[in-house]
Each structure stands twice: as C-alpha cells, then as structure tokens.
Design a protein around this ligand. Structure first.
Ligand SMILES: Nc1nc2c(c(=O)[nH]1)N=C([C@H](O)[C@@H](O)CO)CN2
Length: 117
C-alpha cells in the first residue's frame, strides 16, 4: 500500500509524570506514516482526492498543543485514533519522540501501529 508521511512534526505539549514536567511545555516530535492509495490523486491531480498532509498536520498541532497527559503512550494512542477516525486512514504507524527527556539520549518515546477494525 502507498503511504503519505509527515516527518518530525514538532509540537509543544504538557506531558510527563514528574512534578517539574507539569509546570512546563516540552517539544515532541511526530513521525507519521499513513496508508493511502495515491493512484487516485495522481490520476486527477486534485488536492481533494489526496490524504492532505497539511490538514492532518494542522489537526495534530491543534490536538497535541492542548493535550495534557502523563505518558507518551497515552498521547500516541489518541493521535493514532484521530488519524484513523477523522481522515479515512486504514493503517497508521506513529513514532512519538520526546527529545532531551533522558540525559545522554537524543530522544526517547514510542512507536505504535494501528489499523481500523
Ligand atoms: N514508557 C514510558 N516511560 C517513561 C515515560 C513515558 O511516558 N513512557 N515518561 C517518563 C517521564 O515523564 C520522562 O519523560 C521524564 O524525563 C519516564 N519514563
């Protein structure tokens, strides 16, 4: 299956389990791969036929910047559900990175893959 992707979308959020994390906003990075049949927009050359990566990005920025979770697992699950439920995507692979959360590591986080039932 073809994919539409968003790489390293940076969004600041309230996220974390420690007291000090509840008082600041931290940058998160989202790498998203969404299954989509790109032959249809390729034939029509019409943006209306695409899985519009700008529209998905705007929705994720809106949601994540207002979110407030302890675990990256929870946020990743909610974001994957938005992509599946609101954009007609059958399968999504999502990497959520929390840069600088662990000293010595460039980033930590989770990778999940979810499909529509
Ligand atoms: N699997 C996870 N481990 C940890 C998380 C998390 O969300 N998922 N969160 C933290 C802290 O919030 C950390 O990011 C602060 O440095 C620790 N481990």
């Amino acid at each position: 299956m073809d994919k539409v992707f968003i790489e390293a979308l940076e969004i600041e959020a309230l996220i974390g389990i420690y007291d000090w994390e509840r008082r600041i906003r931290q940058p998160l990075l989202f790498d998203v791969e969404m299954s989509f049949d790109n032959r249809i927009p390729a034939a029509s050359d019409a943006i209306a036929d695409t899985l519009n990566y700008k529209a998905v990005s705007k929705r994720l920025i809106e949601y994540v910047s207002q979110s407030d979770f302890g675990l990256v697992e929870t946020l990743a699950e909610r974001v994957a559900a938005i992509i599946l439920d609101e954009f007609g995507v059958q399968h999504v692979r999502l990497k959520l990175s929390k840069p600088g959360a662990v000293r010595g590591a460039r980033a930590v986080g989770v990778i999940i893959e979810r499909s529509k039932p």
